[in-house]
Design a protein around this ligand. Structure first.
Ligand code: SAM
Length: 294
């Protein structure tokens, strides 16, 4: 069998053959350690029943490992220069489709319908481009795709924010958004040395298992996220002050906000970062009844 793409020697040979130069602006840090790649695929539990969406295949290092175990892999790559390379490196795998597109502009539901009709479950598996980690994760969740889960490599600092608990400095609107839709866990931290070029920050692999139902039932999802964002707008301000300053018409609504906080028994002198998702849900449902359905 041909040597894995993700070895330092083969990666170097491929890059030299095509005269490829890395674009930092596209977050191009390629993995050169097959063991890390197979751990990612293990954590994603990829089997011959799985359809996999990959974001940013690079020269195909992870794609190859996925193709060996999955039913079908669809990979979105933004950099045109990588297409001829992928065409060569992935030639042995007939179950891979590479789509030349910015994943943020892709219609993922359409891709799922077109490519995964023979699959029993769908996973997103990727070594993400770090400059767009959060928008990519938010798109995958907000598009409400029929995913079983998401297993991705990202900056350790972002993984910490995603999996954070209340009253920690990492806890914020990203933790709440991701935990609302998924059960999130950091499964492995990864040293810089397994990438070329080496990134400046440490990395981690997280696993997000999509919940059958969101963790809390909400009357108005977009209003909930508005409340959450306002509550974290300035972390040193109290919850009440943030709501008053950062909700539309907050200043005029101050008496209503105070009364609603009292009604749901949440002390407005607390900081936003101390509220659990359940408390944010209670607060947003109550405020929604007063403000939006009057
Ligand atoms: N999967 C490869 C690996 O593990 O070695 C490459 C990972 S590298 C961190 C990120 C890849 O995402 C690069 O190939 C880059 O060109 C691609 N990329 C960057 N922005 C993208 C976007 N918006 N949509 C799709 N691919 C993107």
């Amino acid at each position: 069998m041909m040597k894995d793409i993700a070895t330092p020697i083969r990666t170097k040979a491929i890059l030299e053959k095509y005269g490829f130069s890395f674009k930092k602006s596209l977050g191009q840090n390629f993995l050169i350690e097959p063991n890390v790649l197979s751990r990612i695929v293990d954590h994603a539990n990829v089997t011959e029943k799985t359809g996999v969406i990959e974001i940013g295949p690079g020269i195909g290092a992870l794609t190859e490992q996925l193709a060996r175990r999955a039913k079908k892999v669809v990979a979105f790559e933004i950099d045109q220069r990588l297409l001829p390379i992928l065409n060569e490196t992935l030639a042995p795998y007939s179950n891979v489709t590479v789509i030349h597109q910015d994943v943020l502009e892709a219609n993922l539901m359409e891709a799922i319908t077109e490519h995964f009709n023979e699959c029993e479950e769908i996973m997103v598996v990727a070594n993400l481009p770090y400059y767009v980690t959060t928008p990519i994760i938010m798109k995958l969740l907000e598009d409400k795709l029929p995913l079983k889960g998401i297993v991705v490599m990202l900056q350790k600092e972002v993984a910490d924010r995603i999996a954070a608990n209340p009253s920690t400095k990492e806890y914020g609107s990203l933790s709440i958004a991701v935990q609302y839709y998924t059960d999130a866990k950091t499964v492995m931290t990864v040293p810089k040395t397994v990438f070329v070029p080496q990134p400046n920050v440490d990395s981690a692999i997280i696993r997000l298992l999509v919940r059958d139902e969101p963790i809390v039932e909400l009357k108005n999802e977009s209003f909930f996220f508005q409340i959450v964002r306002a509550s974290f707008a300035q972390r040193r301000k109290t919850l009440l002050n943030n709501l008053v300053h950062f909700l539309p018409n907050g200043k005029e609504l101050k008496p209503v906000i105070e009364a609603t906080l009292a009604q749901v028994e949440i002390d407005g002198r607390r900081r936003g970062e101390s509220l659990s998702i359940e408390e944010f849900a209670k607060l947003s449902d109550a405020l929604d009844s007063v403000l939006n359905n009057a």
